[in-house]
Design a protein around this ligand. Structure first.
Ligand SMILES: [Ca+2]
Ligand SMILES: [Ca+2]
Length: 235
């Protein structure tokens, strides 16, 4: 959904919305603009536009984006400032329950424990995959989602969740569920003393990927139930 706001200096304001067959009206009317246009000491006009949508500024976790273009026309000693602001609304999550994180993807935390292969299936059924961490920023995102749930259900412990990596084929050689070596994903930070491949309960070893509440990696037993993260790539 894209629509544009055209403003001329002097605050004559008009709104033009694309009403094509694939467009819908905005769902919320809690949208405010803050527009500042001023001449600096060298005589140049500058403009700043800020969008506040649902109480959040565009530079916070809102994924609304604002592009502002400005041109100055001088005519008969007068200056006319043309401003064009283009708002781009975030796409709807392809599957309910997924949250968009701009430039990262859609994520969903499942707070009810599953064994690893069932967690893998749940994510696939939702059109996603078990999450793979590719950066410190993504690890922080996972940590933040985990922190929303002080307790998880039907999980072996409250402090771990499954991710999309494993060492099913070669012990200690971790790879993602997409076949990439884990140490080339951009994030390979295990928590202290891990991976340890230790036996827990009915599991003789640990071949499935996990993450701690601190966003650090830990190998986990595959047939033990943990909460898990699904991830959907941006289109
Ligand atoms: Ca292992
Ligand atoms: Ca471990």
């Amino acid at each position: 959904m894209r629509f544009a706001v055209f403003a001329t200096f002097g605050l004559a304001l008009a709104v033009s919305a694309d009403r094509g067959s694939n467009c819908v009206e905005p769902r919320s009317n809690s949208m405010k603009f803050s527009l500042v246009s001023q001449k600096n000491t060298t005589g140049q006009w500058t403009a700043q536009l800020q969008l506040i949508h649902d109480g959040r500024k565009t530079d916070e976790r809102s994924s609304w984006e604002v592009d502002l273009e400005q041109s100055v026309i001088s005519c008969n000693g007068q200056e006319r400032i043309n401003l064009t602001a283009t708002l781009t609304a975030p796409p709807e999550p392809p599957t309910p329950g997924y949250e968009l994180f701009p430039r990262m993807g859609y994520y969903k935390f499942h707070p009810t424990g599953h064994i690893w292969k069932d967690a893998l299936s749940v994510c696939m059924q939702e059109g996603a995959h078990l999450a793979i961490i590719n950066s410190k920023a993504e690890a922080n995102l996972i940590k933040g989602l985990f922190a929303r749930y002080l307790e998880v259900k039907s999980s072996t412990d409250n402090n771990h969740a499954f991710l999309g990596y494993h060492d099913h084929y070669n012990e200690g050689q971790y790879e993602t569920i997409l076949g990439q070596p884990l140490n080339s994903t951009g994030y390979y930070v295990f928590t202290s003393g891990q991976p340890n491949n230790a036996a827990i309960g009915i599991d003789p070893d640990q071949d499935c990927g996990g993450v701690t509440r601190e966003g650090l990696l830990n190998d986990l037993p595959c047939n033990t139930r943990y909460a898990f993260f699904c991830e959907m790539e941006l289109p």
